[in-house]
Write a protein of this length. Structure first.
Lengths: 310, 302
């Protein structure tokens, strides 16, 4: 073998490397764009909401929108006070939290502290199935299963009521609370439990006195994420709670949530560009800001919690 | 220490101790029972829901129901158009969301250096996962339906659903990529492979079962979503099945919503039947996920 044959192969090798290099650069750019789509989505949401809501706020003052107590954009006289919708949303969400938090936390504690691996193997898929059932199915169940029972028990006349929406939304967010809380409970170091047992604690003392307080911030974060989910929950709430914007704290009455209002307008024939059309963007903006704040707060709590135990 | 002066107290405590101890043990056991019943209740709720749907819906399912067209008469109504619409929708959504989602996950896990940009994208994706799906619907209405003038077409719906499920795909794919041990990458680089060759020939095949599981969960999510479709203005009742991207369409969850919101019990039974069909498709998809995890998850051992 002469030196020449070796030299011959060098240029082609380097040319191949150059091509390879450009392919690599191209692939990098494509992948970067894929990641950029997620940023564009957020930018798109904010732009669309703000731009269309701005047209709404040209005709209705922000103060009237945020403090008004009547919401009748589809009737005349029109009133654009979002408080009844906020009230409906809060009523349903509070009810859902009341259902899901005790049940979810107790289940999480059981799965993390008491259950044998076999029980956990059965219960966790069950919860995954519950989490995978579409929202509209829960709506159907609220209307056909829960609402009749509530009407019989409380002798209420309204077909639609906030209580049945609360119960099904509570069931919907239950898996979220269980799986997130169980994760943080299990992340509490074993040494803490053992130290508590060594001091003569019963299992109850260890769980309530040591494990739950140690995991408390993570548990709170799971509640926040679940509540944010309940606020944004749409189909079940629309089917169960009805379409009556009302400032009430009575769970047996029909109310309208922010999400249900958006559905109501979307289903009707509202002219694009009219003020009623713009209301859904204003309500959507309010919804987006609320859930975003709750999510960011929860993420922040969780990341601090992770730093603590890792 | 001065034991003498506390002798009386110590004796009282010692005498009470067995009782006290027993009471605490009993309390502890009671708490265990409470937590176990909560867990049992969760399982019971699921069983109850499923039994209720099956009980109400099973008898309306027949051939006529599956291939029937929408109708005011509950006896004749069927789900054919909605079924076809849903298949179009999840097909397109998968085609769009999987390449973009997996690409973004590869970028974040394999390419991006730890920087403010990477942190921003990551935080943004976690937040997008928590944005209510109806907000995506409003985005779809403003962007796809109005600004891009795609109207209430299959492609508008699919694009909107793609945005809904993208965070799900990205987060699942990231987790799968993270589970591939670094030794595989190092070995590949040591043999002279480039970054993309390493990703394409080594990392992706190893992460595939995990990615597939995530994809299937995302498809299941897209199949059940109704809120974004309602917001983009998809009608529940259409008179034909879509045959191109620009055709109007309807989907199973919308039909369920429409039937469940009617007062007549006959339509509620139709809703239960449609739910059964929807759940059946979801079960098949999930079984697919389990199969993929089982079949391909075992082949690779490190």
């Amino acid at each position: 073998m002469t030196d020449d044959s070796f030299k011959d192969s060098v240029p082609s090798l380097s040319r191949g490397n150059a091509v390879r290099h450009w392919i690599e650069r191209g692939i990098h750019a494509v992948l970067w764009t894929c990641a950029g789509v997620s940023i564009l989505t957020t930018v798109g949401i904010v732009l669309v909401l703000v731009f269309e809501a701005a047209q709404f706020f040209r005709e209705v003052s922000v103060v009237e929108f945020l403090t008004g107590t009547r919401w009748t954009p589809l009737l005349s006289p029109q009133h654009f006070g979002i408080l009844p919708l906020v009230c409906g949303t809060l009523l349903v969400t509070a009810g859902a939290a009341l259902v899901a938090i005790p049940l979810g936390l107790a289940t999480a504690i059981y799965l993390s502290e008491y259950a044998s691996p076999r029980v956990r193997e059965i219960v966790k898929p069950v919860l995954e199935v519950l989490a995978g059932i579409p929202s509209v199915v829960y709506g159907y169940l609220a209307v056909t299963l829960v609402s009749p029972v509530i009407r019989d028990v409380f002798e209420s006349k309204s077909i639609f009521n906030a209580a049945s929406a609360s119960i099904v939304v509570g069931i919907m967010i239950l898996p979220m609370i269980v799986s997130l809380s169980e994760d943080v409970l299990r992340s509490v170091p074993k040494s803490l439990r053992e130290a508590a047992y060594a001091l003569g604690s019963t299992k109850l003392d260890v769980t309530i006195g040591v494990v739950v307080p140690a995991a408390l911030s993570g548990i709170m974060a799971s509640f926040l994420l679940a509540i944010s989910r309940a606020i944004g929950e749409t189909m079940a709430v629309t089917l169960a709670a009805g379409a009556t914007p009302r400032l009430t704290l009575n769970p047996l009455e029909s109310v309208q949530t922010m999400t249900a209002y958006i559905v109501q307008v979307s289903q009707g024939d509202v002219e694009a560009g009219s003020i009623s059309y713009h209301t859904i963007f204003a309500v959507g903006l309010a919804l987006f800001v609320w859930t975003m704040l709750l999510n960011i707060l929860a993420q922040w709590i969780l990341s601090r919690m992770r730093e603590k135990y890792e | 220490m001065d034991f003498e002066s506390h002798a009386g107290e110590i004796r009282v405590i010692a005498e009470a101790a067995p009782n006290y101890h027993r009471r605490r043990q009993r309390l502890s056991q009671a708490f265990a029972v409470v937590c176990a019943s909560a867990t049992f209740l969760c399982v019971l709720i699921l069983v109850g829901l499923l039994v209720s749907v099956v009980w109400n819906g099973i008898h309306v399912i027949d051939w006529q129901f599956l291939i029937g067209f929408p109708s005011r008469d509950p006896e004749k109504a069927g789900i054919w158009f909605a079924l076809i619409g849903s298949l179009w929708l999840i097909g397109l959504t998968t085609l769009l969301s999987v390449p973009i989602g997996v690409g973004a996950a590869i970028y974040l896990e394999e390419y991006a250096a730890e920087s403010w940009w990477r942190r921003l994208v990551q935080l943004n994706i976690s937040n997008l996962a928590g944005v209510p799906s109806i907000v995506y619907g409003i985005l779809g209405l403003g962007l796809f339906v109005r600004a891009l003038a795609l109207e209430r077409s299959v492609i508008s719906g699919a694009l909107t659903l793609t945005l809904v499920v993208l965070p799900v795909v990205i987060l699942a794919a990231q987790e799968a990529l993270r589970a591939v041990p670094n030794t595989i990458r190092h070995a590949s680089y040591a043999l002279g492979a480039s970054r993309w060759q390493t990703v394409w020939y080594q990392v992706l095949p190893a992460a595939l079962p995990g990615i597939m599981t995530g994809v299937i969960l995302a498809v299941a999510r897209a199949l059940g979503e109704a809120a974004p479709l309602v917001a983009v203005g998809t009608a529940a009742m259409v008179t034909f099945a879509p045959s191109s991207l620009s055709d109007e369409f309807t989907a199973l969850p919308l039909l369920i919503f429409e039937w469940a919101s009617r007062p007549q019990a006959a339509f509620h039974e139709l809703a239960a039947g449609a739910i059964l069909v929807l759940l059946l498709v979801l079960v098949v998809l999930n079984m697919g996920a389990v199969y993929v995890r089982y079949r391909y998850g075992k082949r690779i051992r490190w």
